[in-house]
Design a protein around this ligand. Structure first.
Ligand SMILES: *Cc1c(COP(=O)(O)O)cnc(C)c1O
Length: 370
């Protein structure tokens, strides 16, 4: 089975990890701050804080932003459940905004009508690595005094206009994940990038049980925190992977280009579009079937032939947990259409050209047969 995504690990990555295993520090050694420095430098933000997962990073960012019970936060239903799960975890209510049917990102022109007195923040998700319309979202946040926390888990290495996603020009914080299917990996891992010293200090505390050492070396607990630390083993892998980020993104962009030319003349398939201002990191390559009735049959046809297609994503509000927690009847038109027609084709840095050709030929064969 060809998977929809996978990591690229080479000998240097392996050597970096082995070196830490032979050292004195397995957790919170010198590689953690070194990885943070490299990340901040590479993205162009003042502070980077690494932690145990992208989900933990979302939790830390939402707590640092002061989100709490009674607050409403506008986000997209076309995302991994962790985005809204962590809003729910801090007691905030996710307000799902419909998506654009060209980029599958949050529809920035439908955000304003959802803002009320309880609204505290906007959480855009750069779906598939394609940046949201951040200038417009920034203007709204200024007008209504809202925070912006970007779920940039798909978008390490992506650019909006001239800005690296995560550099803080358009948001207060940006969250990344280093899960194996993401731009770079540490096994599990995540990070928050910010230019705010206040948020940064708060998250350092919360990452480590809310405990700091006072001048006499005594542990003092001042906030309800967690153990969300990244290990030195993971950080060493992260430093080694980060060196290859540009190469990985270029490879993903090539894969997307191959698909686009191979699939260009199948009129039953809708290809993803990259907007002119955007440099996508192509975390995933999502196509849609023009006819909703085609989708499940095509998926089965591909799976039967060893192609690991996937769905990103079913509307978050359609999951049983959300249905029974206040979203019983929610239905958004564009998201609903998207949900019934999307499928994710394999896309990752190490995917060979002939495999893309083979996958594309199988899709062609399906439609010629039909
Ligand atoms: C991967 C991902 C996360 C969670 O990251 P983990 O590191 O797996 O916890 C959150 N949001 C989005 C959009 C993701 O793709």
């Amino acid at each position: 089975m060809i998977p929809y995504g996978r990591q690229s690990i080479d000998n240097r990555d392996i050597q970096a990890v082995v070196k830490v295993l032979k050292s004195d520090w397995l957790t919170q050694g010198p590689n953690v701050p070194a990885f943070e420095r490299e990340l901040a430098k590479s993205i162009g933000a003042k502070y980077a804080l690494v932690c145990s997962s992208g989900t933990a990073a979302l939790h830390l960012a939402f707590l640092a932003a002061g989100l709490r019970p009674g607050d409403e936060v506008i986000t997209t239903p076309n995302t991994f459940a962790a985005t809204s799960n962590m809003l729910a975890a801090v007691g905030a209510k996710p307000i799902f905004c419909d998506i654009r049917l060209d980029t599958y990102n949050i529809a920035e022109n439908k955000i304003e009508e959802l803002i009320n007195k309880k609204t505290k923040a906007i959480v855009p998700v750069h779906f598939a690595g394609q940046p949201c319309e951040m200038a417009r979202i920034r203007r709204l946040a200024k007008k209504y005094k809202l925070s912006i926390i970007e779920d940039a888990c798909h978008a390490l290495g992506a650019r909006y206009k001239k800005d690296n996603i995560g550099n803080g020009r358009y948001s207060d914080m940006a969250v990344f994940s280093f899960h194996p299917v993401k731009s770079i990996t540490t096994g599990e891992g995540g990070a928050i990038l910010t230019n705010s010293k206040k948020y940064y200090k708060k998250m350092i505390l919360l990452r480590n049980h809310g405990i700091y050492k006072d001048r006499s070396g005594k542990n003092v607990m001042v906030e309800l925190g967690f153990n969300y630390r990244l290990t030195d083993i993971q950080a060493a892998l992260g430093i080694s992977q980060l060196k290859k980020l540009d190469k990985f993104i270029q490879a993903r962009r090539r894969v997307a280009g191959w698909y686009k030319s191979e699939l260009a003349d199948i009129k039953e398939i809708i290809l993803p579009r990259e907007l002119i201002n955007n440099y996508s990191s192509w975390h995933i390559f999502v196509v849609r079937t023009a006819a909703p009735s085609d989708r499940d049959k095509l998926v089965k046809y591909l799976k039967d032939r060893g192609i690991g297609v996937n769905f990103h994503y079913s509307a978050v509000y359609s999951h049983p947990f959300y249905r029974t927690h206040g979203y019983k009847n929610l239905k958004l038109d564009a998201e609903d259409m998207y949900d019934r027609t999307c499928l994710t084709l394999p896309c990752y840095a190490g995917l060979p050209r002939p495999w893309v050709r083979r996958i594309s030929r199988i899709i062609k064969a399906y439609y010629e047969k039909a």
